[in-house]
Design a protein around this ligand. Structure first.
Ligand code: FES
Ligand SMILES: [Fe+2]
Length: 411
C-alpha cells in the first residue's frame, strides 16, 4: 500500500473558493498560506480510521456488552445523556496515544515531512449527536464544548493557547454529511477580528458570509491553519457525526501570551521509550512558567474580588449593547439582501414581497443580519440552520420557528 496515495485538493482563501488539485509536496506550504486542504480516498487514512474505530467500539462493547457498533451513526440510539458523556470521555482518554501516533505518522510518513515538529498533547474525539437528541440532553452535553456540544465561529488561537503557526488536522472517522459538517469562513482569513469577550466565539454582530462545508467519507481529512475562522454545523441529520482533531506546528510553538499555554510533544520522542522526554521542553518553557505565575496572580485577584464584593459590594451600570445599524437602503433594488430594520428586526425583499423577521437566531443568538438567503430559505451563518421563508420553521424540530411578518407587494 502506498502510504501517500490520495486525492488532494486545496481551497484558496481568495474567492471563488473552489477546490483545486494540490500535490503532496505543496500541502504544508499551502496550508501555512491559509489554504484549506482536503485529503480524500487515502488508503492509509482509511486503515487508521478502521483501527481507531475498532479501539473505540471494543471499549463501548466492554462497558455495554449488548452494544456492538459497526459505525458511529446510530450511537445515540444506544446511549443517551450521562452514558454517552461517559463513553465520550472514556474514548477521548483511551485513544489519545493512538491519535498522537497517527498524527505523527501522518506528518512524517504521509506528508513526508522529515524534520522535527511539535504535536499538541490534547487530541479530541467529537461525537455530535442529532440536534434533537442534544436538545433532550442539553444540561449534560452543554458544558462539553467541542466534544459533545457544537462550537460557534472562532479561531483556535483565541484563548486556546495554540501558536499561530499551529495546523489543525481534522479527520472524519465516519461519514460526514452536509447537515453535520464543519463550517469555514475563508473571507475572514488574515482579517483583524477584535478578540471577543467570550473567546470561544466571535461577537454576535461580527460580519460573516455563507460558510463552506464538506461532505466526507471515513478517513477524509481537512488540514487548516488555526487562524481560520471556523464553526460546527448544527446537526440536522439523523446520524451522530464523529470526527477527531489533532494539532501540530512545524516551528517551535510560541504561546500567544502568558494567559494561555498548552502542552505539546516533541515529535521525535512520541511513541518511543523516551516519551517522557517528549513533553519536557514544553513544561520547562518560559511560556509555561509565565502561565503558571500569571494563573497564580489571577487566583489571588479572584480571591480579592470575592472578598471585596462580599464586604464592599458595588453596583455596576447596566451594559448597553452597541449595535451597528445599517442605514435605510432601497430594498427593492437589493433582492435577497438582508438588511437591519432596527436593533431587533431584519427585513429582506423576496419574490413574494418584503419579509420582516427577528434579528437574532433562536438557536444561540447568532445575528441573522449576517445570514444568507438560498432557495427560499434564510440561513444563520453561525451554525447554518435554515429557516423556511414561507413558514419561519427551521430544519430542526428542536428549535422554535421565527415569527415572520410579510408585506405582500401591490399588484
Ligand atoms: S445561532 Fe446557531 S444556527 Fe443560528
Ligand atoms: Fe476549533
Amino acid at each position: 500500500m502506498l502510504v501517500n496515495q490520495a486525492k488532494i485538493t486545496a481551497i484558496s482563501p481568495q474567492p471563488p473558493y473552489q477546490e483545486r488539485s494540490c500535490s503532496l509536496e505543496e500541502v504544508l506550504s499551502r496550508v501555512q498560506q491559509g489554504e484549506i486542504i482536503i485529503i480524500r480516498d487515502s488508503e492509509f487514512m482509511k486503515e487508521k480510521v478502521q483501527q481507531f474505530n475498532q479501539i473505540a467500539f471494543d471499549s463501548i462493547h466492554k462497558s455495554h456488552p449488548d452494544i456492538e457498533l459497526q459505525s458511529w451513526k446510530k450511537l445515540h440510539l444506544y446511549l443517551q445523556g450521562e452514558q454517552l458523556l461517559g463513553i465520550n470521555q472514556k474514548i477521548n482518554q483511551l485513544t489519545e496515544p493512538f491519535l498522537l501516533q497517527w498524527a505523527k505518522e501522518f506528518v512524517s510518513d504521509f506528508l513526508q515531512y522529515r524534520d522535527r515538529f511539535y504535536l499538541y498533547s490534547d487530541t479530541i474525539v467529537r461525537t455530535f449527536v442529532p440536534y434533537q437528541v442534544f436538545a433532550e440532553n442539553q444540561s449534560t452535553f452543554l458544558p462539553h464544548l467541542g466534544t459533545l456540544q457544537l462550537q460557534s465561529p472562532h479561531r483556535d488561537s483565541w484563548g486556546g493557547g495554540f501558536a499561530e503557526t499551529a495546523i489543525n488536522l481534522w479527520i472524519a472517522t465516519d461519514e460526514v454529511s452536509l447537515g453535520n459538517s464543519m463550517l469555514f469562513y475563508p473571507q475572514q482569513w488574515g482579517k483583524h477580528i477584535p478578540l471577543p469577550t467570550a473567546i470561544t466565539h466571535i461577537e454576535r454582530n461580527h460580519p460573516l458570509e455563507k460558510p463552506l462545508r464538506f461532505a466526507l467519507q471515513p478517513g477524509d481529512t481537512l488540514l487548516f491553519s488555526v487562524e481560520h475562522l471556523h464553526s460546527s454545523e448544527i446537526n440536522t441529520t439523523e446520524d451522530t457525526r464523529c470526527a477527531v482533531t489533532m494539532r501540530f506546528s512545524l516551528t517551535f510553538p510560541q504561546s500567544p501570551s502568558f494567559d494561555q499555554w498548552r502542552s505539546w510533544y516533541d515529535s521525535r520522542w512520541v511513541s518511543t521509550r523516551w516519551k517522557w522526554l517528549a513533553q519536557a521542553r514544553s513544561h520547562f518553557s518560559h511560556a509555561h512558567i509565565g502561565y503558571r505565575l500569571k494563573n497564580q496572580k489571577k487566583r489571588w485577584q479572584r480571591i480579592k474580588n470575592h472578598l471585596q464584593n462580599r464586604f464592599f459590594p458595588q453596583t455596576t451600570p447596566e451594559k448597553t449593547e452597541s449595535l451597528n445599524i445599517t442605514p435605510n437602503v432601497d430594498l427593492k433594488a437589493h433582492p435577497h439582501v438582508i438588511k437591519i430594520k432596527d436593533a431587533r428586526t431584519c427585513v429582506v425583499n423576496t419574490e413574494d414581497g418584503m419579509i420582516e423577521f427577528p434579528r437574532y437566531c433562536p438557536h444561540q443568538g447568532g445575528d441573522l443580519a449576517q445570514g444568507y438567503i438560498e432557495e427560499g430559505k434564510l440561513y444563520c451563518a453561525w451554525h447554518n440552520l435554515a429557516f423556511d421563508l414561507e413558514t419561519g420553521k427551521p430544519n430542526c424540530a428542536a428549535i422554535p420557528p421565527l415569527s415572520l411578518k410579510k408585506q405582500i407587494p401591490n399588484p
